[in-house]
Write a protein that binds this ligand. Sequence first.
Ligand SMILES: [Zn+2]
Ligand SMILES: [Zn+2]
Length: 233
Amino acid sequence: MAGSEGKLVRSKSGLRIVALNEGMQSPLLLAEPPWVPDKECPQCLSCTVKFDFLHRRHHCRRCGRCFCGSCSNNNIVLHRMCFVDPVRHCKDCVPISMKENEFYEKQLKTLTNGCSFYVSTEEELLDNKTFPLFLCKLSQDHRFLYLDPQGPEGKDQMPVALFRVDSTAILGASTDSQGNRVATGMQFNYRDELGTQCVMRLMAPDSGAKRAGMAWVAAMQKAMKMIMDQREK
Ligand SMILES: [Zn+2]
Ligand SMILES: [Zn+2]
């Protein structure tokens, strides 16, 4: 969703709530696809029935392609386009939106609630060095990663702008009792507002909080994948 500062707009696909200022939009948002023109699709893309006054043409709101009513009769919430109501989906797009909706309904809260990590901004990680603990959380508009110091040794950190993250990596230094490598944190490679390349490493504490840390990392990985996939288009 667009956060608290939203306005209602009507597009041909339905009613949407978007950020007041376009620059403040969540980086998770997807643009509405252009609709395939009627003359380019004489028949349903799925069952190939010819469109006529009995078989009306409908557009999938997610991909913009043409289908008959029965091949596009799923109305599903499409968080990433900010529609107020569930919208028409073709069969191909249903599972994609369902998966994203699971993220919006469960994991997004994990990210905005935040989780404690040791934080390092150094290029090289030295063993046995201790790093200050921060509460790391995604901002309500999903644009920034905030880092609140949890102890006296933590200095204020500038938030990381997710739109300036070039890549992320999962840190996997430890091994569990079965000998599997276990993710221990996440690294962000990003540019600060001056364009300088920076590194931010979040490392889960080796304690009961580790599971929570890993759930947070899994959610953040999903968010970053959505953001990166969107950029490639
Ligand atoms: Zn059809
Ligand atoms: Zn579709």
